[in-house]
Design a protein around this ligand. Structure first.
Ligand code: NAD
Length: 366
């Protein structure tokens, strides 16, 4: 019998894939560690943090001991921990590369938070390091593991909406703290674009299953607001996909929290609002026969994503969102910034297609 109707029946603790969580910030504390505890195949085996005292408090709360807590300088000690199969990197973006390369050298698999890095070159170096070491690298794109986003993709790719013509998406929120790492170019790699605008970019590519051929973008960086000394406040970008399909996206750190995705075909549409929140996602499909609001049982996006990683660690197969998927988004974001800087449309290099890198589709809950 499951422990609770909504929770998967976990494997015995010893059999689960052991993860070291690297970085104990907001996402780790509030979402990831709780999600791992309710996941089917993973367990928290170690914590890596700058604040050992805080780490010990976490350890006590999550049935670990003080010996399971490591400082960043002591990261390499994880090599001797046979019960640590992989690391989950949840640090500011520019640190992802260093910790990924160090984990690969220890022979540990890597699940890395989005964005994979701060530009395409660094992201590609991470892919190369993990390939050379023979370890998995998965980009933590939680929205590619939800039944809602898959239902939108299936409607689009299954022809339910007719030929697709236009898409739009917004991911906007207010960032108030001028001192946050997200506002520092060397740590974040950009402003709202790599942080929240990336969700729009990634899911637009995911629902269509094709790659943009060109981008065109504009950005705004106010001169009189101390929050935006280093990064932009807002970006608007347009993506040109094959067959004349055009997508528009807006992202900002300066306006009220909004997350949307809309796909318009000749015969119908798909609307998600909210489209990228942790819970409460909504999908409305409209076609020739009227409107449908698909219903799904409750699920934890992070738990589904983390369990997929664990399955791929076990079977040695490529994950659904491997490192290459993160590299491709960086290539496009690099081009978006180039377009915003130059004011011109930027042609993207032809990309052989996302499915040549991807592994099998994730298992979705019933
Ligand atoms: P956070 O600021 O809450 O935590 C960052 C952690 O990194 C902290 O533990 C901090 O101590 C540590 N750190 C180490 N070196 C640091 C340095 N030089 N400067 C600042 N912090 C340093 O950030 P977060 O919101 O947990 O984000 C961490 C990562 O997770 C980012 O890559 C972010 O994009 C990603 N993220 C993903 C989602 C998602 O839904 N998938 C949501 C939020 C954040």
């Amino acid at each position: 019998m499951p422990l609770k109707p909504d929770l998967p029946e976990p494997e015995s603790v010893q059999k689960r894939v052991g993860l070291a969580i690297v970085g104990l910030g907001k996402l780790s504390a509030e979402e990831l560690i709780p999600a791992i505890r309710t996941s089917k195949h993973t367990r928290v085996a170690a914590l890596v943090t700058s604040d050992l005292e805080e780490g010990h408090a976490f350890a006590r709360a999550f049935d670990l001991t003080d010996e399971d807590v490591y400082s960043y300088d002591d990261f390499e000690s994880l090599k001797n921990r046979e019960d640590v199969d992989g690391v989950y990197i949840v640090l500011p973006n520019s640190l992802h590369r260093d910790y990924t390369e160090r984990a690969a050298r220890m022979g540990k698999h890597v699940l890395c938070e989005k964005p994979l890095s701060v530009n395409a070159a660094d992201a590609q170096a991470m892919v190369d390091a993990c390939r050379a070491a023979g370890v998995q690298l998965m980009t933590a794109y939680r929205c590619q593991y939800t039944p809602h986003h898959w239902a939108a993709r299936d409607a689009v790719q299954g022809g339910k909406l007719g030929p697709i013509k236009l898409l739009d998406s917004m991911h906007v929120q207010v960032e108030e703290d001028a001192e946050a790492w997200r506002m520092k170019l060397d740590l974040a790699g950009g402003g709202p674009l790599p942080d929240v605008g990336l969700y729009s970019l990634n899911i637009l590519r995911f629902v269509l299953g094709t790659e943009p051929e060109w981008v065109f973008a504009a950005q705004h960086q106010p001169k009189n607001d101390s929050r935006f000394r280093e990064v932009e406040e807002s970006v608007s970008f347009m993506l040109g996909f094959p067959d004349g399909i055009i997508a528009n996206a807006l992202t900002s750190y300066g306006a009220h929290k909004t997350t949307t995705l809309r796909v318009l075909g000749e015969e119908g549409s798909a609307l998600m609002e909210p489209a990228f929140t942790y819970t409460g996602l909504s999908l409305i499909l409209t076609d020739k026969d009227g409107q449908t609001i698909p219903a799904f049982g409750s699920y934890d996006q992070f738990g589904l994503e983390i369990d997929h990683f664990a399955e791929r660690v076990r079977d040695g197969k490529t994950p659904w969102t491997p490192g290459e998927e993160g590299v491709q988004d960086h290539r496009i974001m690099d081009a978006i910034y180039q377009s915003a800087r130059t004011g011109g449309r930027v042609q993207l290099e032809k990309y052989a297609g996302q499915d040549i890198f991807r592994g099998e589709k994730p298992q979705l809950p019933e």
